[in-house]
Design a protein. Structure first.
Length: 148
């Protein structure tokens, strides 16, 4: 049985793609804590972060750091926070959240966002990533993980 993230990566479920490479994708979450809340997801379905091969773990956190820096610029926040919980989907993923305060970074604060809100936030991140030299990892289309 495929996870929801496998179905998103395969194009069976629509999403807003921020980043794509051969090891992972980054997408807008449909229930963000803050505008720009992004999920970094390995293409390989691995249930828990503690089961990740070290090289993949390193790569995912490097991408999360790049996304976090883009969030700080795109959303004018002092920090970007990272959360790994993994109870809602049995496919490891990293929440990267633009943060004004530590108290605000709580998954129970997440609320459904409109398609327009998700599009605006995703496009803002994609533009900052392009300007920062990562255009090769920004998917050609918002709704696809393809970069070429």
């Amino acid at each position: 049985m495929s996870t929801v993230f496998e179905m998103i990566i395969d194009g069976q479920i629509p999403s807003k793609f921020i980043w794509a490479d051969d090891q992972c994708v980054a997408i807008s979450t449909i229930e963000p804590i803050e505008a720009g809340h992004t999920l970094v997801i390995p293409r390989q379905a691995i249930d828990k972060w503690t089961d990740l091969p070290p090289a993949l773990l390193d790569h995912l956190f490097r991408v999360a750091q790049i996304i976090g820096r883009a969030q700080e610029q795109a959303f004018d926040v002092p920090r970007s926070a990272v959360i790994i919980a993994g109870f809602e989907v049995p496919h490891m993923h990293i929440h990267v959240v633009p943060a004004h305060t530590e108290a605000a970074v709580q998954l129970p604060r997440a609320r459904a966002a409109s398609d327009e809100e998700l599009t605006v936030a995703a496009q803002s991140l994609r533009e900052v990533l392009r300007q920062s030299g990562y255009e090769q990892h920004v998917p050609l289309e918002l709704g696809s993980p393809r970069v070429s």
